[in-house]
Write a protein that binds this ligand. Structure first.
Ligand code: TSJ
Length: 638
């Protein structure tokens, strides 16, 4: 193939240059998150082929060199010459920016991907990329480097199947991190499989000697998604309620089921992309749900004439729901472009849910009764909670800052300099108060296990001493009152024993923060302290070890000797204040784990740690719990 540089070619190169110059504009960021989006972009194209009805299986491999291979069994990207561009459609797809639109009368109707871009962006950001198309009895292949073709599209063999195979190696001069995380891909691919019923998605990790494989196939689609989300819960009734239909070219699917808990878990999607900020589709769903249940509850006298209507929140208490719409040209709004704006989606979801839910309630009076009764109880608890909350608000307004009695506050008033330690138990709290650096470190001892906020209604949560103490100490308020600018400490450090109970308390505290003050986690204000597991003494010299591996390496270094004294710390209480300071609280020496939140796969909350070492930690103490997974799904732990 001759390469003459016509206007089209120059445009192509400029397009790819733009992507490489400002990758963030096209994939959000060049962090690990952006790296993983490359995979989703490619898989989205294969999912589109499945939605068009031509593909049933998608196979994703992480190769030993950290490249990715995606194989589908669709029709294969057309290899024919694209008349207008003078190159093959394959080359158009891979080298022209925003080629996701319509070309050759093609069916690229639903173009997914977080930013609606496609294969050409992935190509531009890859050191190498290879595409193989099996079609018309042949295998066609083209290779690229940094987005530019380095071979023509050529036939390299025969094949009796059809499909597309893409392999790409992300450019390590662009991405801060080029190692793929199996669990991250697993969560998102599982979500894609739930959202596309009948498709089989296989994920393989070929980096280890023994290949790791996970397969996702859900005949019931989002019905099974709701099952999965409610799996660790006690459900209120066995059926998953399901509505489906198309109105004004908007395809709507809704699945829902209540559990006996108090939290709402409604997740909405547009063209398989999560919309964390909701939008018209979610609004349509909520409206239909509230109206349908109020009508039904009135008609069946679950609500007396003199009683107020149920609110949406009452009805959604304990509800797990997936709202999934597919439409031609989604418009995203809001600051982060994660909110659906198309008004036709509101009407479509509203009318389908209203009609089919009304019918379901008539057909299933026993289920309907349980939901109505739960909602009426929720209504009463909500009234009680409002009173409790009004009381807290008034109290704060009256005496300005009535800080909890147990809090030993710091003297510095600039939140940037301030830290608060949430400490397990009064005795460790006492040591921490002695040990701390008074100017910048505040201590709040918490007694025993705090209330599990997953298992209590708001009125009870707000009457818990420990929880009220935290709320007043932080200064931010909670839920809709939350105001991050009032935060009194820029580090909230959870310090518990390094044992099972300590881990449980960590989970309870993180659950509370996640439910009521998620911004604190999202913005990186929450940390876990790391107390040592062992103290080693030899000839009056002292070492601390924070993991078994570290204990071993210390012992190897100083020699395994009868005179070594090894103490296993069972709790913070076994350390005197000086030791506690030295090992766990001294900003120069301590190890903090920052709690991070990954919400790429919406419903699967993923908390991870980033380990932050004090400035003065000896290089020897290179302990690596980097990115240690913590809680896959908080709910499962509670
Ligand atoms: F985007 C991509 F190139 F990266 C990519 C595309 C990656 C993967 C793994 C699969 C695909 C892909 C594209 N699979 N199947 C298709 N199908 C088409 O491109 C296609 C085939 C035939 C027709 C037609 O109208 O005959 C239309 C289209 C869009």
């Amino acid at each position: 193939m001759s390469k003459e540089y016509g206007a089209d070619q120059i445009q192509i190169l400029e397009g790819l240059e733009a992507v490489r110059k400002r990758p963030g504009m096209y994939i959000g960021s060049t962090s690990v998150r952006g790296l993983h989006h490359l995979v989703y972009e490619i898989v989205d194209n294969a999912v589109d082929e499945a939605l068009a009805g031509y593909c049933t299986e998608i196979d994703v491999s992480i190769n030993p060199d950290n490249s990715i291979t995606v194989v589908d069994n669709g029709r294969g990207v057309p290899v024919e010459l694209n008349e207008k561009k003078g190159i093959s459609t394959v080359e158009v797809v891979y080298t022209i920016l925003h080629a996701g639109g319509k070309f050759g009368g093609g069916a690229y109707k639903v173009s997914g991907g977080l930013h609606g871009v496609g294969a050409s962006v992935v190509n531009a950001l890859s050191k190498k990329m290879e595409v193989k198309v099996e079609q018309n009895g042949h295998i066609h292949r083209q290779c690229y480097e940094k987005g530019k073709p380095v071979t023509p599209l050529e036939i390299i063999g025969d094949s009796d199947r059809t499909g597309t195979t893409v392999t790409f190696l992300p450019d390590d001069t662009i991405f801060e991190e080029t190692v793929f995380d199996f669990d991250t891909l697993k969560s998102r691919l599982r979500e894609m499989a739930f959202l596309t019923k009948g498709i089989k998605i296989i994920l393989r990790d070929k980096r280890e000697e023994e290949e790791k494989v996970r397969e996702f196939y859900y005949e019931g689609g989002i019905r099974e998604y709701v099952d999965y989300l409610n799996k660790s819960k006690a459900v209120l009734y066995p059926t998953v309620i399901y509505c489906e239909g198309t109105v004004n070219d908007v395809y709507v699917e809704v699945a829902m089921q209540h559990n006996d808990g108090y939290n709402e878990g409604c997740y909405s999607f547009v063209n398989n992309i999560t919309t964390p900020e909701g939008g018209t589709h979610l609004a349509g769903f909520k409206n239909a749900l509230t109206k349908t249940f109020n009508d039904y509850a009135r008609a069946q006298k679950y609500l007396k004439e003199n009683e107020q209507n149920l609110t949406g929140e009452d009805i959604r208490e304990g509800l797990t729901a997936i709202i999934s719409v597919k439409l031609g040209e989604p418009q995203f709004e809001g600051q982060t472009k994660q909110k659906l704006g198309n008004s036709e989606a509101r009407g479509a979801v509203d009318s389908i849910v209203s009609e089919q839910l009304t019918y379901f309630l008539e057909q299933n009076p026993a289920v309907a009764k349980m939901i109505c009764e739960k909602a009426v109880l929720a209504q009463r608890a909500r009234d009680a909670a409002r009173k409790a909350r009004d009381l807290t608000r008034r109290k704060n307004a009256l005496d300005g800052m009535s800080l909890p009695g147990k809090l030993a506050d710091c003297s510095d008033r600039d939140p940037k300099n301030c830290e608060i330690y949430l400490v397990e138990g009064d005795s460790a709290g006492g040591s921490a108060k002695t040990a701390r650096s008074r100017a910048t470190q505040a201590i709040l001892p918490l007694r025993g296990k705090i209330l599990n906020v997953e298992k209590a209604r708001l009125d009870r949560i707000l009457s818990s001493q420990e929880i009220r103490a935290m709320i007043t100490a932080f200064g931010t308020g909670i839920s809709e009152d939350f105001d991050i600018s009032k935060l009194r400490y820029h580090k909230i450090i959870i310090m518990t024993d390094a044992d099972v109970d300590g881990a449980h308390i960590d989970t309870l505290l993180l659950t509370f923060l996640y439910r009521f003050m998620p911004e604190l986690i999202k913005q990186g204000y929450v940390y876990l302290a790391t107390p040592p597991l062992y103290k080693i003494e030899k000839n009056k010299k002292v070492w601390y070890a924070y993991s078994d591996e570290e204990l071993n390496s210390i012992l190897t270094e100083i020699g395994r000797d009868q005179n070594n004294k090894i103490q296993r710390y069972k709790g913070l209480g076994e350390m005197d204040p000086e030791q506690l300071w030295e090992t766990t609280m001294d900003p120069e020496k301590r190890i903090l784990k920052k709690v991070c939140m990954n919400d790429d796969a919406m419903s699967e909350l993923d908390l991870t740690f980033t380990v932050l070492m004090g400035d003065n930690v000896e290089p020897r103490r290179e302990f690596i719990e980097k990115n240690a997974k913590f809680v896959k799904d908080l709910d499962k732990y509670c």
